[in-house]
Design a protein around this ligand. Structure first.
Ligand code: ATP
Ligand code: MG
Length: 429
């Protein structure tokens, strides 16, 4: 712990874990001026720029690895962000876009704080499935902002929607619908003045731009806050007039792919805690996105015919309308047209380790789980989940299989995108 004098106009960069208590004067951080007796924290492995608005004295509690450095004038964007943001009224839906590590989450927190300072009711929606700050990875999460924060991580999700994947590629059409659903839910439930939507960092290719544009068309935001390094957001923003383009902070702490993966793996572990193993009857709680057991189970003769037709042993097969879901030997997925049927062959054990979302009757997440095994004879699934899910199992309407395979320690071992081939069209809601 140390006392430190900060002169009016001085800017510092603080790396957490750190707590800053204002003893005298005024310190600005993330859109808020903290005055005598007030304090804020900087989380571990995160950085924040702060500015003394008046001659100040602060008490600094620096944790292991924490750093404080004075920033040379002109080196920080803190003033520019403040000047540009304080000029806008964040009423309505505000969407924050930008690539990875440009300060989207920080900007979302800042916009939230600014709206709160105006007396607005504020909802934050974190639609970054890879690095979600409010809820578990692979989700869109919602929370009301009722006090100032320095990081979104300080909020706890009040509702989440399971998006199955850690990136928006392949799933973005459903993501657009789900983010819109989150906005609708927030409006209906909380009647906020402001909803700030943080987005994922996938922006660079054409499909990413299409996704972001569809999202913008769907949400019709009153303001788009775009954090741009060069001109990379051009294809997304082209044609929109309600855009505020801001530069990223010059010295952000970037995170490698591996850092991000580890961060998510810790996330699965944190949300599937304390863990319990549940046996779920798939008759009572079916899979949301795979109609196994829902059609007519095929008899031996038909299975033999199917085996001959697709060239791999069929262990079980269920006919659902014009589709046949077969559990097949070997490790390969099979998607084949046989006669008038679309046959989807799921390799035995395809389910092992799949991340899953246990959803309520409105499609919101009750909790995450990991599928250990499906027993076809007993129509049961063994799921590793949290004790909270066990307690709330009565609310679970269906189990949505995800596109991430985890090992027993929640390490991501594979992207299991084959599930998308098997998803029935009717379950894209
Ligand atoms: N002004 C600043 N100076 C230095 N670092 C900053 C500043 N503002 C934020 N940071 C830090 O930069 C890092 C990236 O910021 P942030 O998490 O807001 O970006 P992001 O775009 O949401 O990243 P991600 O792609 O991981 O979601 C964080 O560690 C954050 O604490
Ligand atoms: Mg972020």
């Amino acid at each position: 712990m140390s006392l430190r004098v900060m002169k009016a106009g001085d800017i510092y960069r603080i790396e957490g874990p750190a707590k800053v208590v204002v003893k005298r004067g005024q310190i600005y951080a993330t859109g808020v001026v903290y005055t005598e007796g007030q304090s804020f924290t900087v989380l571990r492995a995160r950085q924040l720029a702060v500015k003394a608005v008046a001659d100040s004295e602060v008490e600094l509690v620096l944790g292991p690895g924490a750093l404080l450095e004075r920033v040379a004038p002109g080196e920080e964007i803190i003033d520019e962000w403040e000047r540009r943001i304080s000029g806008v009224d964040p009423k309505g839906v505000v969407v924050v876009v930008g690539m990875m590590d440009v300060g989207k989450s920080t900007m979302t927190a800042m916009l939230g704080n600014k709206a709160l300072a105006r007396g607005y009711k504020v909802v934050i929606i974190d639609a970054d499935v890879g690095q979600n700050d409010l809820g578990p990875p692979t989700t869109i999460s919602l929370a009301r902002l009722t006090k100032y924060v320095t990081h979104l991580r300080q909020l706890v999700a009040e509702k989440s929607l399971f998006l199955q994947s850690t990136s928006m590629e392949r799933i973005w059409p459903r993501a657009v619908a789900q983010i819109a659903k989150a906005v609708e839910y927030a409006k209906k439930t909380w009647q906020p003045d402001t909803i700030i939507v943080n987005t994922d960092g996938w922006v660079l290719d054409e499909e990413a731009a299409t996704f972001k544009r569809r999202l913008i068309e769907r949400l019709v935001p009153s303001l788009i806050v775009a954090i741009q390094v060069e001109n990379e957001l051009g294809p997304i923003l082209n044609g929109y007039s309600n855009v505020l383009v801001l530069p990223p902070p010059p010295h952000v702490r970037t995170r490698s792919r591996e850092d991000r993966k580890i961060h998510r793996e810790m996330g699965y572990g944190r949300y599937i805690f304390p863990p319990v193993e549940l046996a779920v009857s798939l008759d009572k709680i079916p899979l949301c996105n795979l109609p196994l057991f829902q059609g007519i189970e095929m008899g031996e003769e038909l299975k033999r015919m199917l085996t001959r037709a697709i060239g791999v042993g069929v262990l079980r097969a269920y006919q659902v309308g014009s589709r046949v879901y077969a559990v097949v030997e070997g490790g390969e997925w099979v998607v084949r047209r046989v006669g008038g049927f679309q046959v989807v062959g799921l390799p035995i054990d395809f389910e092992k380790g799949l991340l899953a979302g246990l959803e309520d009757s409105e499609g919101f997440l009750v909790g995450l789980g990991v599928i250990k095994k499906i027993y076809y004879d007993r129509k049961r699934a063994i799921i590793y989940t949290s004790s909270e899910v066990e307690r709330r199992i009565g609310e679970v309407k269906c189990i949505r299989l995800g596109l991430v395979r985890l090992d027993d320690n929640f390490n991501e071992v594979e992207k299991a995108t084959n599930i998308l081939k098997a998803e029935a069209e009717q379950s894209t809601t």
